[in-house]
Design a protein around this ligand. Structure first.
Ligand SMILES: Cc1cc2nc3c(=O)[nH]c(=O)nc-3n(C[C@H](O)[C@H](O)[C@H](O)COP(=O)(O)OP(=O)(O)OC[C@H]3O[C@@H](n4cnc5c(N)ncnc54)[C@H](O)[C@@H]3O)c2cc1C
Length: 313
């Protein structure tokens, strides 16, 4: 039996694995892919200690850092999904997508999040026919075209910044007046001559025949409806936690995020911790995911070596 099962290979899972190996906890790391969500980012500029790094290089450096500790204390199972979680009084069991079952004294869930789907008429119909959830993958197909980015957070503005380099015009369509993105990112996008920002715009539909030819949005205050001709629609309207595989084994909030104690990252089960974007933490970033996972790891270590109760502050 392992001391610890870590599920996920993003910044949270990778940080936890490095700390676990250094603390000589017998650990199994289970992950579908290395690097997590920002692996598709063209440039990450706030990973502390690194002024700028591509998402792919960040993923590679996380992988290399973890693999440096592979050995007696750390085993890694890549390209496999955890598909069920069964906690008991004395252990935690996880079933993997290849049918294998693994057991640990404790588990740390770091399975992150994925993109929320746009739910308006035409969105499902035109998915991959002009509508996409991945600018890095599909953006270059829209060079010299007019496109719309739906959303107002960091991911939406980063997507816009990527597209501004080669699209004719980039319209950012935001439901409210305010943005959730960092001010520096908003300012960089606003400074580009081919950037247009539309606020108070609620999506009504994605329009077209065989491929996207435009979008329709409505001002919720005035009721005014606008049709905007665009050939590409990039959706960045938030994230959904990757926690369905957990079923009802842990307490979750209304959107499926695992409820944790922010002091220790403990979940509703005494042998399970969670960190990063799969939790109900208010803010989600690479550095936060890494830090929360380290916090969880310290608490896991205390649990294993001192029994169920962590030290009280
Ligand atoms: C386009 C984009 C750009 C971003 N840019 C930045 C940025 O510049 N700076 C910043 O700080 N943050 C950025 N973020 C946010 C940041 O990426 C997340 O906050 C961070 O990745 C969360 O890390 P995590 O480890 O919690 O989860 P994730 O990164 O989501 O990683 C989840 C991991 O779990 C694995 N996994 C999922 N389900 C299973 C399963 N059932 N079994 C096994 N493995 C599983 C995945 O393969 C992955 O390895 C960006 C996000 C996006 C989408």
């Amino acid at each position: 039996m392992y001391d610890l099962l870590i599920i996920g290979g993003g910044p949270a899972g990778a940080s936890a694995a490095v700390y676990a190996a250094r603390k000589r906890l017998k650990t199994l790391m289970i992950l579908e892919d290395w690097g997590g969500q920002s692996a598709i980012s063209s440039e990450v500029q706030n990973w502390i200690g690194t002024p700028a790094i591509s998402g792919a290089d960040l993923a590679d450096s996380l992988k290399k850092h973890v693999e440096a500790y592979k050995g007696e204390y750390l085993e890694i199972k890549p390209r496999v999904r955890a598909s069920a979680l069964e906690p008991a009084d004395d252990k935690v069991m996880i079933t993997l997508s290849n049918g294998e079952k693994v057991e640990g004294k404790t588990a740390l869930v770091t399975t992150g999040a994925n993109r929320r789907k746009l739910e308006v008429p035409g969105a499902a119909e035109f998915d991959q026919k002009g509508l996409t959830y991945c600018a890095s993958c599909d953006g270059p197909l829209f060079a010299d075209k007019d496109v719309a980015v739906i959303g107002g957070g960091n991911a939406a503005f980063e997507t816009a910044l990527q597209l501004l380099a080669y699209c004719k015009t980039v319209y950012l369509i935001n439901r409210t007046e305010n943005f959730r993105a960092d001010e520096i990112t908003v300012a960089s996008a606003k400074a580009k001559p081919n950037m247009r920002i539309v606020t108070n715009a609620e999506m009504v539909s994605v329009d077209g025949e065989q491929f996207v030819s435009g979008i329709t949005y409505k001002n919720p205050q005035t009721g005014e409806v606008t049709k905007l001709p665009v050939e590409g629609v990039f959706v960045e309207i938030g994230l959904l936690p990757n926690t369905e595989w957990i079923g009802t084994a842990l307490e979750k909030n209304q959107v499926g995020q695992i409820v944790v104690d922010p002091k220790s990252q403990r979940t509703s089960h005494p042998r399970i911790w969670a960190a990063g974007d799969c939790t109900n933490g208010l803010y989600h970033q690479n550095n936060i995911a890494a830090g929360d996972a380290v916090k969880a790891l310290e608490d896991v270590y205390m649990f294993i070596h001192r029994g169920a109760e962590a030290p009280t502050p």
